[in-house]
Design a protein. Structure first.
Length: 145
């Protein structure tokens, strides 16, 4: 196997490994190996360690030059603004829980979905209407109307 083909095979292997590692770092070293193989195929000398220097320089240049740009493209825009407005102030119906043994916890129906909720007032009966006053992680905090 020629040196250029060896670099290309290793490059593809490292790029495929990124699918399992999900670190978004390894892919740039795979791309560096692919470009090193291409450079050797185009005439880069393989003596004196030049191929390894080329690999390191290209890989690090890709990593530091493109990682943040590609990460932004792949992650998209993340915004938490306005999330609570979808819940706070709206009414929901108690499904179950909120008894003496439930310690102020139960499930409510809000917009057709069951949500974990908690309430400082206990003894809410199923079917009772509550008002959503805040959100705590994935649980909604409610109060009796």
């Amino acid at each position: 196997m020629s040196v250029a083909l060896w670099w290309i095979v290793v490059g593809f292997g490292v790029v495929i490994a990124e699918l399992f590692l999900n670190s978004f770092v390894v892919v740039f070293f795979g791309a560096g190996a692919l470009l090193t193989g291409l450079a050797i195929w185009l005439g880069l000398p393989t003596t004196g360690g030049l191929q390894y220097l080329f690999f390191v320089v290209v890989s690090l240049a890709l990593l530091f030059g493109l990682r943040s740009h590609f990460r932004r493209l792949l992650q998209g825009d993340v915004a938490d603004a306005g999330v609570d407005e979808d819940f706070i102030g709206y009414e929901a119906r108690v499904i179950d829980g909120f008894g003496e043994s439930d310690q102020g916890r139960g499930r409510i129906d809000y917009r057709g979905a069951a949500w974990q909720a908690r309430c400082s007032q206990s003894l809410l009966s199923p079917g009772a209407i509550v008002k959503i006053v805040s959100r705590d992680g994935i649980s909604l905090v409610v109060e009796r109307i």
